[in-house]
Design a protein around this ligand. Structure first.
Ligand code: F6R
Length: 635
């Protein structure tokens, strides 16, 4: 993953690149480094910081040199420990070449052996440093820089974005891209390079997205762009209408808490946006049921947005969802939406597994890529594979300028607003809202539901969003004062769910693990007796998420009773009226009933709030948990 920002131009670069780099912290925050060129002495000045909570900030404060061409990097470690030796930039032996890298060099062990055999002194355990040595060798063998880049890329496998600086060409940034996004910002007598446009969004809106498998020589007043076989690639400068908005925590202690509280509004914005696409001219919900008989037309622009024709929607026979992590949990819940509302068989794939499974392209099918960031490498690579078979693809993401959006056939943006906390909260709930709405909209188009039912579905979403927020308020003081101080002392949790509450239980289990570092394991409740029940004792809370279905509720009740019969400690998230389950629980969170398929959405706020406060009691760095990054741009 890693974030890269580089600059060459009329201004001193240090402040510019550090400002950009701090905006790319979502790509990793293990360590940071900066290098600029001292033209007079023909050498690099550089420094690095590693570990702790804010290496970028520490580095920016400590550096007192500057230059007109420079670059910075924030790392998420893939090869080698988190320390300053492994932090970027890396250099060749005589420090003629500096490199920052995003991605992974495959077969780097062999390359390392070759370089060592040629007498290179490799000081880090990263794959990235090897690029500096190899590129320098190629430059030394050829007088032509373009030929050197071509020779270099022909020896590198994997996914990568590199920026090189060379003491020999002090005003040039050499940018190389293969399956890892890079964008050039074109200013007046200056140029930026970054792995995400937001790094320089308020400096220039004129950008060139580097095409895949290309390299560029970027100077303050020119760009030369080539493909890997050395052919000139014509480029056009695009104007992006996107601003960087500084987001602060406001009155909240953490971004995660702020984002938990933003969910109701984010869901309502999401429904409003979907409705606007689905039915322009109607921007309020039909709260007065008697008006339903007035034929309100839903418009077709939604299908154009998704890159599908009405005929394709009508003849859809299979829906597939591909995603990772929390987005995968949302997709697993959405499987129930598509199957139960649209009556279309639906499969859900983990993006990281997808490319390595057999792929059987089906006629009349669609693949929906669900991703908060729109940059997740696993999901992006799965999308590229599906695209190569010409099967329709749709992106549901929170970042309209992302790679997944650019490469999918159509897209629907969630309206969560920027999510800063690494642990996903409002992206998850708006994914659920978007997927629920689109399932209903497809069903309406196919005549599986009526217009009235579509309106009811939208109303149900609003009710679930309301419950999501009001239940936090109901339990707020109890959680803060009694429950979080009590549950912080447990070192293991088991999470159980059934049917639609099973993927929700997986999400709860992930949330607890990633922010509190407490070990949690999740099972479908029916699997308990097939093994995991051996773990049940009074020291391992079993958290059960109920469902709004009579039959399944009773099955869950039986599972809860099995836990109690073994002296287990039971925490339940149940709905009003589920008195037996509530009665046998050691701790019960009771939630007003909502539409059965929206039970998980309604429970989302309370579940996140509970886990947030357990973590807060433990004093963990909630917004930036160890080892994680917001955007996972490596496989
Ligand atoms: C967990 C979390 C991750 C992401 C996953 C996919 O809180 O945020 O599990 O959901 O890395 O990321 P996106 O949704 O950006 O594709």
């Amino acid at each position: 993953m890693c974030g890269i920002v580089a600059y060459t131009g009329k201004n001193l670069c240090k402040d510019l690149v550090f400002e950009g780099l701090s905006r790319l912290e979502y790509r990793g925050y293990d360590s940071a480094g900066f290098v600029c060129i001292d033209k007079h002495h023909g050498q690099f000045n550089f420094d690095k910081e590693a570990g702790g909570s804010s290496p970028i900030q520490r580095l920016a404060e400590k550096i007192h040199f500057d230059g007109y061409t420079g670059m910075a990097h924030t790392r998420w470690a893939t090869h080698g420990l988190v320390d300053t030796v492994n932090a970027h930039p890396h250099f060749n032996c005589n420090k003629a070449v500096a490199v920052v890298h995003n991605g992974i060099i495959e077969g780097h062990e062999v390359l390392r052996e070759q370089l060592l055999a040629r007498g290179h002194h490799v000081i880090s355990t990263t794959d990235s440093e090897l690029a500096a040595h190899l590129f320098n060798d190629e430059i030394e063998q050829r007088s032509d820089l373009k030929e050197a880049v071509m020779a270099f890329v022909s020896q590198i496998r994997g996914a990568f974005a590199f920026v090189f600086m060379l003491t020999q060409y002090p005003d040039t940034l050499v940018v190389v891209r293969h399956r890892s996004a890079m964008v050039i910002g074109v200013g007046e007598d200056e140029a930026f390079v970054a792995s995400d446009f937001i790094a320089f969004a308020d400096k220039t809106n004129n950008v060139v997205f580097l095409p895949d498998d290309s390299f560029a020589f970027v100077r303050r007043d020119s760009i030369e762009l080539y493909d890997f076989s050395g052919r000139i690639v014509p480029y056009f400068v695009q104007s992006l209408d996107q601003k960087y908005i500084e987001i602060d925590k406001g009155v909240f202690e953490h971004f995660m808490l702020k984002e938990i509280y933003e969910q109701k509004r984010a869901i309502s914005r999401t429904i409003g946006f979907c409705k606007m696409l689905g039915s322009p001219g109607i921007d309020t919900f039909p709260h007065h049921y008697e008006h339903w008989s007035v034929a309100t037309e839903y418009n077709d622009s939604i299908w154009r947005q998704l890159g599908l024709s009405i005929e394709q929607i009508k003849s859809l026979r299979y829906i597939n969802l591909v995603s990772a992590g929390t987005s995968w949990h949302a997709a697993c819940i959405a499987q129930f939406f598509f199957e139960m509302i649209c009556k279309i068989p639906t499969r859900v794939f983990l993006a990281s597994e997808f490319r390595y499974m057999s792929f059987f392209p089906q006629e009349d099918s669609v693949y929906i890529m669900v991703s908060q960031s729109g940059e997740t490498a696993d999901t992006l690579e799965a999308l590229r594979l599906i695209n190569s078979y010409n099967v329709p693809t749709i992106a549901i993401t929170n970042v309209a300028s992302s790679s997944i959006v650019r490469e999918a056939g159509g897209f629907l943006p969630m309206q969560a607003g920027p999510e800063i906390s690494v642990a996903s909260t409002k992206a998850f709930s708006t994914q659920l809202a978007t997927l629920f709405w689109i399932a209903n909209r497809i069903a309406l188009e196919r005549g599986t539901i009526t217009l009235e039912e579509m309106y009811i579905a939208e109303e149900q979403l609003c009710v679930a969003a309301e419950v999501l927020e009001s239940t936090i308020e109901m339990y707020k003081f109890r959680i803060i004062q009694d429950l979080a101080p009590k549950y912080m002392h447990y070192s293991h949790f088991i999470f159980l769910g059934r049917h639609i509450s099973y993927p929700f239980a997986m999400e709860a289990s992930l949330k607890l693990k990633e922010i509190s570092y407490i070990f949690a394991q999740c099972y479908p409740a029916g699997e308990l007796k097939h093994g995991p029940i051996a773990l049940v004792d009074e020291n391992t809370p079993v958290v059960i998420f109920s469902v709004l279905d009579e039959l399944l509720y009773h099955k869950l009740l039986a599972n809860a009773s099995e836990v109690k019969a073994r002296n287990g400690h039971l925490v339940v998230f149940a709905f009003e009226g589920q008195d037996e389950l509530i009665g046998i629980a050691d701790t019960a969170f009771v939630i007003p009933p909502v539409a059965p398929l929206l039970g998980p959405l309604a429970m989302t706020g309370l579940m996140q709030f509970f886990i947030y406060h357990i973590t807060r009691q433990l004093g963990m760095p909630i917004d930036k948990p160890r080892n994680l990054a917001k955007s996972v741009t490596v496989e």
